[in-house]
Ligand binder design. Structure first.
Ligand SMILES: *Cc1c(COP(=O)(O)O)cnc(C)c1O
Length: 418
């Protein structure tokens, strides 16, 4: 469900024609629908209403301040993976008691920053990290609330780059070794073991891997409690998938109902860290057709957006629907939609049947709200695109397009070269 729709052959975001945004802000440009963000958050949150729970938006999916502020105003917490993300979350007004710190490689400085901020919990991913966190906490004279991220060895049946719950992955602590680590943590004076966490992967389109994970965590929590470790939080991570094309992921209501039934007897506060399912289909990337050319059997449509703006197709071979913002042309043609970057991996679509386009036409790359702008780079010295938020019949630039002079920020030519 999202609020990008055609009205008389013209594509709108809520009540704003996308042609208007393309004309006034330029392209390439990300556009997010406030109504869609709000709806996705509420549907997810309400699906878990039967459980004591907290939805912490995984901000690595989209960390624009206006998006974060939207989540905060809806009552959401934030899942962070770095000190930089903590800074953004606090700037957006997030309540530290609703902030969860995930990630395999937290530095001393990041730990210290989060401890001083008094966040809800650290999701610790290794024995060495637990020791280090205890040391840093001791030095500051505080106690760190900790949940150990266990790796339940479950195949989420998704892309290998976003599978994180398998034994061979770098994430979490092998669930079979976790009891020993909890017992070690119990002896540490500056660690409070509040919970158990897991995150098995992303773009998961079935419920069964989540339920399998819950069964394994349930057993572990029982064992921990029997060993005198008072577990109060269960953090299930994120990972619920979205339809990019013809996928049929479970609706949040079904996911919530299945989990609620299983988790209620546990008596834990359950934390969730959804990213993609909240923001993925709430955003698109607008890009303009520059040129076309026939090369061998291929017809290339060259657009002004590129892999530096949206890297998902190049990185994961992922599929994004492409919609013209003005419909009308009936004739279709099989094309590759490619960007100006000097890499063969720089494409948005390959061998795709699209209505015939002309130079100057604007296309919408759909489902680009998650892992879109946040992964944008300046490769090929391309300024990063603008971001716009639509609400009703109004739109707001929530990040200005970078200027070429921004590209040089922090660079210096040493004296001997002057
Ligand atoms: C990436 C990530 C998430 C969010 O995953 P989505 O698939 O976007 O929901 C949540 N928790 C952790 C620890 C992550 O690494």
């Amino acid at each position: 469900m999202h609020h990008f729709h055609y009205q008389k052959n013209e594509l709108f975001c809520e009540e704003v024609p996308l042609a208007k945004i393309a004309a006034e802000v330029g392209t390439p440009c990300y556009v997010y629908s406030f109504a869609t963000l709000e709806r996705h958050f509420k549907v997810f949150d309400q699906a878990l209403a039967g459980l004591p729970h907290l939805v912490c938006f995984a901000m690595k999916a989209n960390s624009n301040l206006a998006i974060l502020r939207t989540m905060v105003k809806l009552g959401g917490g934030i899942d962070i993976v770095s000190g930089g993300e903590l800074f953004r979350a606090l700037t957006a007004g997030a309540d530290p008691r609703k902030i969860v710190f995930s990630g395999v490689g937290k530095s001393d400085e990041e730990m210290e920053y989060a401890l001083r901020t008094k966040i809800l919990q650290f999701n610790v991913e290794s024995e060495e990290e637990l020791f280090r966190l205890n040391e840093v906490s001791k030095r500051l004279g505080v106690v760190a609330p900790v949940s150990i991220r266990v790796n339940p060895n479950i195949d989420p049946k998704t892309h290998p780059y976003i599978s994180t719950g398998l034994k061979k992955s770098k994430f979490g602590v092998d669930i079979r070794k976790s009891l020993a680590l909890y017992q070690a943590g119990k002896k540490m004076t500056s660690i409070d073991l509040v919970g158990v966490s897991c995150h098995i992967g992303s773009q998961i389109t079935q419920i069964s891997p989540f339920l399998e994970a819950v069964d394994k965590l349930f057993e572990l929590i029982k064992k921990l409690r029997a060993n005198g470790i008072n577990i109060r939080h269960l953090d299930l991570g994120g990972g619920l998938g979205i339809p990019y094309d013809r996928e049929t992921p479970p609706a949040p209501a079904r996911y919530g109902a299945a989990l609620t039934k299983k988790l209620l007897p546990l008596g834990c506060r359950v934390l969730f860290e959804p990213g993609r399912v909240i923001v993925g289909n709430a955003g698109i990337l607008l890009t303009k057709v520059l040129y076309q050319k026939q090369q061998g059997k291929k017809h290339f449509v060259i657009v002004d957006g590129a892999m530096n703006d949206l890297i998902r197709p190049a990185l994961y071979g992922s599929f994004h629907q492409i919609w013209p913002i003005k419909k009308g042309v009936k004739r279709q043609q099989k094309v590759d939609v490619v960007g100006p970057v000097c890499e063969s991996g720089d494409f948005f679509a390959e061998d795709r049947k699209l209505p015939v386009v002309a130079s100057g036409d604007v296309l919408a790359v759909m489902s680009a709200g998650a892992y879109g702008f946040v992964m944008a780079s300046n490769y090929n010295s391309r300024p990063r695109p603008a971001e716009v938020m639509v609400r009703g019949d109004q739109f707001f630039v929530i990040r200005h397009r970078e200027e070429v002079k921004d590209l040089l920020k922090g660079e210096h030519v040493p004296k001997f070269l002057v």
